[in-house]
Design a protein around this ligand. Sequence first.
Ligand code: CTP
Ligand code: MG
Length: 218
Amino acid sequence: QRTAALIPAAGLGTRLGQGPKAFVTVGGLSLLARSVAALAPLVDEVVVALPDGYALHDLNLPGDVRAITGGATRQASVLALLQASEADVVLIHDAARPFLPPSVGEAVKAAAAQTGAATAALPVADTLVRQAGPNLWGQLTSREGLWAVQTPQGFRRELLLEAHRAAEKSGIQATDDAGLVARLGLPVALILGDARLFKVTTPGDLILAKALARLWDA
Ligand code: CTP
Ligand code: MG
């Protein structure tokens, strides 16, 4: 079975405010370079989706990595990546999650090959409340049985393509891929992720990433 890592990296990083996030560096390496380095040992090929007008050669990436131009949404970027690969099993991983423990990547890949769809996720640890209005405590929600979904997410490629086509047809836009598969009524395995897999989204996350890079690279 041929495997590919498909990395959506075409976002503009609006919330972080430092240009396209994939190119932002922590500890001297871009978020994208870190994600590629973590995934390359697990797969036969790596394909990344970049913003229009960006190229890989400014990135100093390890190994054999192909780039395509992404779309206007994450979902469109992933669809383009799926169409650019012929692998049997694909691992979709946000470039914005630069710290992927190898054991999590391996576990997601194995589960995806076996069951067709799997994602890294973490049981929610905080108390959850729905707001009654702006900044006002409303209905308490039990965290029992709730997971926060991360990436990588692994799929048989044909299965995820079908899920994307179905979503497109129904006008559904999602921020992740496992949800599109689950929409079709298919099972998605939850694989225990890792706190270090957090997504660099805000300036506060970048501070955490810079601190973690020192430990990670030590
Ligand atoms: N992504 C993508 N194509 C898009 C939008 C997002 O490939 N059109 C990628 C991002 O590069 C990132 C991942 O999807 O690796 C998760 O998206 P997000 O954290 O939302 O990143 P951005 O869209 O870049 O950030 P923002 O929403 O703050 O602009
Ligand atoms: Mg975004």
